[in-house]
Design a protein around this ligand. Structure first.
Ligand SMILES: CC(C)(COP(=O)(O)OP(=O)(O)OC[C@H]1O[C@@H](n2cnc3c(N)ncnc32)[C@H](O)[C@@H]1OP(=O)(O)O)[C@@H](O)C(=O)NCCC(=O)NCCS
Length: 440
């Protein structure tokens, strides 16, 4: 999706809320290098990172130039050109069940300087991003979070989880099938050519994954600073299928002490097919002179234990509520995905911010396609099956990551007639467990 970051105007409500505190809310011009430079430095400070090296700053600037970037400025601060708060957002695709994608607005870089905390700056920024998302025509907004207590108040809810998978090399004996293709060591530059197409197909088949932004793969493959200490240790391997078609890749590092076996770590294993996923896992865990393998932000439904003689060789830790989704337009959002079962369900959605509230009728046919209509006050409630839920609960069930019946047990969803929750469970089921494998 091509996007001009300057195409959406500054949200007047956020601007007025900040002005009441003597603060200025500014949309940055990507060509204003000085302002962008100060913004990138403030964002790094906000996330408690060190001062960026020139090479990292150049990368951050290139990424930010493609986004809708806001800063909050305090004219009375010692350095008024340095923002006291940052946020950015951009329109992008979010994969939803059925191999489809919904127009979404990603929010990132939310920071407030410790000198300016707890005076409503984050609230103004978050409400501003919801307004921007609506101006961009997004059906949902989404983000990844450092803390789980911040974003529920704006209507976001956990929609796709992720976990760290650690494999004990000494206990692994592969019992899965042999892959029909083969793995190759490839140079990261060479892999960079095939990687975008593989990543696109991998994203499309997994609900919860988002489109990768330009430059993402440069960072993932260690190409931003190839001579840096981190990047020099990155090894890249590609899987080609039996027809020689590239179908997956992994970028990993091995850390080790002298005379000790190494330990394999990876953040990026991208597979467009199940064969590729199995072959890359097998490559990683069958290496000699390593004691274990650790992959971060993996699916909580990883098939790996079923491929090992001793399934306990693979353990899961750090299970997190990784992707948070906020539904903005229920008609668009619900109509974009495919459903696990046919049926008719009425949803009565409450939303404290009044963005997604209303009554909606969801009619799903035999092939999983939905017709969604907003009901108005004159539409009498049918005696049929339906759910009463909040916008957060709608976000939680949207991708199929949480069953409506679990939320009903938590008293967060109620049914209008017996059988509604059971039907909703069947309808909202996804063909693959939702999963997001990156931070954004
Ligand atoms: C999290 C952060 C952005 C909050 O900024 P802030 O301007 O102090 O927040 P606000 O004053 O606008 O508070 C908005 C609401 O969030 C709540 N809140 C703020 N920070 C919170 C936190 N860390 N945990 C839980 N609630 C929090 C406030 O109590 C307030 O609630 P209310 O509106 O319901 O009364 C800021 O502390 C920060 O920059 N942290 C470090 C970077 C970070 O973690 N960013 C989040 C990236 S996902």
């Amino acid at each position: 999706m091509s996007f001009d970051p300057r195409s959406i105007p500054v949200d007047p409500a956020a601007s007025a809320a900040l002005a009441r505190h003597g603060l200025e809310y500014r949309l940055l011009d990507p060509d204003d290098h000085e302002a962008m430079h100060a913004w990138v430095d403030a964002e790094n400070r906000g996330f408690h990172h060190g001062r960026p090296r020139e090479v990292d700053r150049a990368y951050d600037l290139a990424v930010a130039a493609e986004r809708h970037v806001h800063g909050v400025y305090d004219p009375a601060a010692a350095h008024p050109a340095v923002p006291v708060a940052t946020v950015d957002g951009w329109p992008t695709g979010l994969s939803v069940p059925g191999g489809r994608s919904v127009d979404a607005w990603a929010v990132s870089a939310v920071t407030v300087a410790p000198t300016h905390r707890r005076r409503g700056i984050a609230r103004a920024l978050m409400e501003g991003e919801l307004a921007n998302a609506r101006s961009a025509g997004a059906a949902v907004a989404m983000l990844t979070v450092t803390e789980a207590t911040i974003y529920g108040r704006y209507g976001y809810a956990p929609a796709a989880r992720a976990a760290t998978i650690t494999v004990d090399r000494r206990r692994t004996h592969w019992i899965g099938p042999d892959a029909p293709g083969r793995v190759h060591f490839v140079d990261p530059h060479e892999l960079r050519e095939a990687a975008p197409a593989i990543a696109r197909r991998a994203v499309a088949r997994t609900p919860g994954e988002i489109d990768r932004w330009p430059g993402f793969l440069d960072r993932a493959l260690g190409l931003v600073d190839p001579d840096g200490d981190g990047a020099r240790g990155v090894r890249t391997v590609r899987y080609d299928d039996e027809h020689g078609q590239a179908q997956g890749f992994v970028a990993y590092r091995i850390s080790r002490e002298p005379n000790e076996p190494g330990f394999v770590e990876f953040d990026v294993l991208v597979a467009a097919t199940d064969d590729a996923e199995r072959a890359l896992w097998r490559f990683l865990i069958e290496q000699d002179f390593v004691s274990g393998v650790r992959g971060r932000l993996r699916s909580v439904d990883e098939p790996l234990p079923w491929l090992l003689e001793d399934p306990r060789a693979a353990t899961m830790s750090d299970v997190v509520d990784h992707l948070w989704v906020r539904v903005l337009d229920p008609v668009e959002a619900l109509g974009a995905r495919r459903y696990g079962s046919a049926g008719t369900l009425e949803l009565e959605v409450a939303d404290p911010l009044h963005l997604a509230r209303g009554r909606f009728r969801l009619v799903v046919g035999e092939r999983g396609r939905a017709e969604v209509e907003r009901l108005d006050d004159s539409d009498a409630a049918r005696a049929g099956l339906g759910l009463k839920l909040g916008v957060q609960e709608l976000g939680a069930i949207y991708l199929g990551g949480t069953r409506p019946s679990v939320l009903a047990r938590a008293a967060r969803v109620t049914e209008s007639a017996p059988g509604s929750v059971a039907l909703a469970d069947r309808m909202f089921a996804a063909e693959r467990t939702p999963h997001l494998s990156i931070w954004f």
